[in-house]
Design a protein around this ligand. Structure first.
Ligand code: FPP
Length: 260
């Protein structure tokens, strides 16, 4: 595991160093299941909220690293539909951290030309959180740099259900014929349109579960599991995950390119 001292030392790394010394292009879309905040805190005898707080700092590092490494889309799993099952105090801490993140970081994200998009169910959110998420999207909607997709109150199955309802409403309204519903139409009815499928999903903390994340969009994604807990995630971990992705032989159901 990466120690705190290493984490502190790394920001002095060259700002635009390539992920690896080959000409492989970076993945366009990286999606991250940020796991291990609680265990990071427990190992240090700290309350879980401290792990989440340090997790927000790791989010900032991930956004910077994504930009430096040439990634175009970064999706982070910030709060799942299932996270409501956690103790009320922890849910409240996570909501508070998201509010703080948007209030404190939005101007900086905007200045860095980051476009913020949100996926997930807005209906279940308090009006102040829903308002902040909308503000983040609206303020940054003309930015052309990294697109940061925040999955909040998000579940992959629930998103597919929302897409099915949108398509059914279009059919009922006479704007769409049932035979026009294909994979492209379903993709277009998901929460955020115009975002390519993730090339790679990274999960930290060594866990090997998908946890209802981007269920439709990850059909052909590579999964890379990193041992670090999320609060220790940094540019080096990001680059290591991209290196691992480059070692994979993506086939999309066809033959290996290496097969000639
Ligand atoms: C998993 O760790 C992490 C989460 C449930 C939420 C991730 C949230 C943050 C990084 C902070 C808020 C995010 C933003 C964008 C402001 P865990 O608690 O499940 O860890 P454990 O498995 O070790 O208990």
């Amino acid at each position: 595991m990466i120690s705190d001292s290493q984490t502190v030392a790394r920001p002095s790394a060259p700002p635009v160093a390539p992920a690896r010394l080959t000409s492989s292009p970076p993945p366009a879309h990286v999606a991250i299941i940020m796991d291990g905040n609680g265990r990071w805190a427990a190992r240090r005898g700290l309350p879980r909220v401290e792990g989440h707080r340090r997790g927000v700092e790791a989010v900032r590092r991930a956004v910077r690293a994504a930009t430096e490494l040439g990634v175009r889309y970064l999706t982070i799993y910030a709060f799942s539909s299932e996270n409501w099952r956690r103790p009320a105090a922890e849910v409240s801490d996570l909501m508070g951290l998201l509010k703080l993140f948007v209030r404190r970081d939005l101007a900086e994200l905007d200045a860095a030309n980051v476009r913020v998009r949100i996926i997930g169910d807005r209906q279940g959110l308090s009006s102040d959180i829903a308002g902040l998420l909308t503000e983040a999207e609206e303020r940054t909607c003309r930015n052309t740099g990294l697109t940061l997709v925040i999955a909040f109150n998000y579940g992959g199955r629930q998103e597919i259900v929302r897409a099915a309802r949108r398509l059914a409403e279009a059919v009922a309204a006479g704007r769409l014929r049932p035979e026009e519903i294909d994979a492209e139409a379903v993709t277009g009815a998901l929460d955020a349109t115009g975002i390519p499928d993730p090339d790679v999903v990274i999960r930290t903390s060594g866990e090997q579960r998908l946890s209802n994340f981007l269920t439709w969009q990850t059909a052909y994604a590579e999964y890379v599991v990193l041992p670090e807990f999320w609060p220790d995630f940094d540019r080096a971990a990001f680059a290591a995950a991209i290196d691992e992705y480059h070692r994979r032989d993506r086939r999309f159901g066809g033959l290996s390119e290496k097969a000639g």
